[in-house]
Write a protein that binds this ligand. Structure first.
Ligand SMILES: Cc1ncc(COP(=O)(O)O)c(C=O)c1O
Length: 411
């Protein structure tokens, strides 16, 4: 649905037209009913920002005829405004989906999928490198509701096959894991899930609708944290759940309504604005990250660089086969002679890289992770790990920043 369709629908609403009541209105009333006509011929680049909880119906008949599920009329702000419908339509088009639902954060989008599709007595599969709070949600909340959580190694399809039971309903995929950067064999995992009637949901935040086309690979649900690249400003939280199948969409849509996962028009406008520069920014993040990752590989202090586009990185062949680009996110580990305190000192010594969670924003970010604590014996690359989100600074300046921090702390 285009924004023009939305505005023409609003223009036809008689309640937005000035009217007389046969006497002078009190200020209190006039303040609520300004005689406002939207500017004619104002076909601006950005769609208007519509804010609403209440949507006014012209009559009882109109109220009864509108159905929140069909997104062809407005009923209540929670179920959508012209601004959120426009954003949903644009995101679905980029991802190759038929349906899109917005959620107030990426994590709430993950929760929506879990709560809509898995019930007591059933099981959900999560890759061992899944986004931490997604695992926390599953292991702390879902298990308390009688749902079994099955953790699988994303690089071991045989083990994943062995983990599936008759109770498994949902398999989460993450490509790549957003800290340890393994790129799974999505095709094999999706095929496996299909064979067992298990729904697949991909956290596709890293690809941002650009590097990977999940529905072409046969995934059922693509979820994204728009907080990262679509926003691009490090100042909005939002998530999206996208599908092609109508029946699956309907299951998700009811849960979306029942959980009250609406988003505000201002936030949706910020994401709509970010979308215009998404591909350019993504390409710049990608090019800089690959350059810095390649430089780090030449450093004697560095043990491993984990970036799916680098040969030797876990699942690199899957990246080559399925992806057309890479995000600005990667991790690395230092040689075993660098201790944990030195890694912390290195992170503190960085000037341009700021210490902070998230990724996809304009500033480069750094976070040290104690992988031994998180992954235990399954973590083969040494600990700690340093994750970098490469921003929009000049990569030479970022390399100089890393070099000075190494000189200051590791010699
Ligand atoms: C891979 C991944 N998925 C989901 C999320 C959640 O997004 P949000 O911060 O909007 O809840 C994040 C956030 O860091 C993430 O890295």
């Amino acid at each position: 649905m285009s924004s023009n369709e939305h505005s023409s629908q609003l223009d036809q609403n008689p309640d937005t037209k000035p009217e007389t009541l046969g006497h002078t209105r009190a200020v209190a009333t006039s303040l609520q009913h300004p005689s406002y006509e939207p500017p004619a011929g104002f076909d601006a680049v950005q769609p208007a920002t519509h804010r609403a909880s209440t949507v006014i119906f012209p009559s009882v008949a109109a109220m009864r005829s509108r159905d929140w599920r069909h997104k062809n009329g407005y009923t209540y702000g929670l179920h959508g405004t012209p601004t959120t419908f426009t954003l949903e339509a644009r995101l679905a088009a980029i991802e190759g989906a038929r349906h899109c639902m917005l959620c107030p954060s990426g994590l709430s989008a993950i929760a929506l999928v879990d709560l809509a599709l898995v019930a007591q007595g059933e099981a959900v599969m999560l890759p061992s490198n899944v986004y931490g709070p997604s695992r926390e949600l599953a292991e702390r909340l879902l298990t308390g509701w009688g749902i079994t959580v099955q953790i699988y190694d994303p690089l071991d399809v045989v083990a994943a096959r062995a983990a599936i039971t008759q109770h498994t309903r949902l398999m989460w995929l993450e490509a790549p894991g957003s800290v340890t950067m393994e790129m799974p064999d999505l095709r094999a995992l999706i095929k496996l899930a299909r064979e067992h009637g298990v729904i697949t949901a991909l956290d596709n935040t890293w690809a941002a609708g650009i590097a990977l086309k999940p529905f072409d690979l046969g995934v059922d649900i693509a979820m994204q944290a728009l907080t990262k690249y679509q926003s691009g400003g490090a100042d909005v939280l939002m998530g999206a759940v996208m599908t092609r199948g109508d029946a699956l969409h309907e299951r998700l849509l009811y849960a979306h309504m029942r959980l009250g996962l609406g988003v505000g028009g201002d936030d949706a406008s910020l994401i709509l604005r970010g979308l215009h520069s998404l591909a350019l920014r993504y390409g710049a993040h990608d090019a800089s990250a690959r350059r810095i990752a390649a430089w780090l590989q030449t450093r004697p202090e560095v043990q491993t660089v984990l970036h799916p586009a680098l040969p030797g990185s876990p699942g690199h062949a899957n990246w080559v086969r399925d992806c057309s680009a890479a995000a600005g996110l990667f991790s690395f580990t230092f040689r075993p002679w660098v201790n944990a305190a030195q890694v912390d000192a290195f992170v503190d010594a960085l000037r341009l890289f700021k210490i902070g969670y998230s990724w996809g924003g304009p500033l480069s970010l750094v976070v040290p992770y104690d992988m031994g604590a998180t992954r235990g014996d399954a973590w083969a690359h040494g600990s700690p790990l340093v994750r970098l989100s490469i921003g929009l600074e000049d990569p030479d300046d970022l390399i100089a920043d890393i070099a000075q921090a190494i000189r200051a702390c590791l010699r």
